[in-house]
Design a protein around this ligand. Structure first.
Ligand code: GDP
Length: 134
């Protein structure tokens, strides 16, 4: 996901370009936005943490770009491409190092496991949109 800070700053195109240059295929993509209820659900795992309410407010503050990306070893390689959660610690050349505004407003989200990637993809996209068949 490209988060509201990066979409608002006009960085979506540059970030998509970095994803494609790193070998990720765009399987599904949409510009949409999260209500605070949906943002709260998306980040439910962080409920109760001190940053949760601020995170929900930020994530529902404006449009986001939701994406399903495909690549061998996608989860790990995408985490490498985006860099550490805190941009201060992110490696040079990573998306967060280049585009993040702060620890909270850190430009992009990436799934942390294949299992969560499947859950998060179906949060935004239907089977039809993901071109999945069963
Ligand atoms: P990620 O998987 O790298 O996105 O990191 P997490 O799952 O741990 O956290 C989810 C999101 O919550 C991060 O991407 C940040 O936007 C935000 N976040 C995480 N930790 C903090 C924190 O300590 N303070 C604040 N303000 N936001 C945080």
């Amino acid at each position: 996901m490209i988060k509201p800070d990066a979409v608002a700053a006009g960085n979506s195109g540059s970030i998509l370009k970095m994803m494609e240059a790193a070998g990720f295929e765009i399987v599904a993509m949409k510009l949409t936005s999260l209500s605070s209820k949906l943002a709260g659900k998306f980040y439910e795992v962080h409920k109760g943490k001190p940053f949760y309410n601020g995170l929900v407010e930020f994530m529902s503050s404006g449009p986001i770009v939701a994406l399903v990306l495909k690549k061998e070893n996608a989860v790990l390689d995408f985490r490498t491409l985006i860099g550490s959660t805190n941009p201060t610690n992110a490696e040079e050349g990573t998306i967060r190092k280049i585009f993040a505004k702060s620890l909270e407003q850190n430009a992009v989200h990436g799934s942390d496991s294949a299992e969560n990637a499947a859950i998060e993809s179906s949060f935004f996209f239907s089977m039809l949109e993901m071109k999945l068949e069963n």
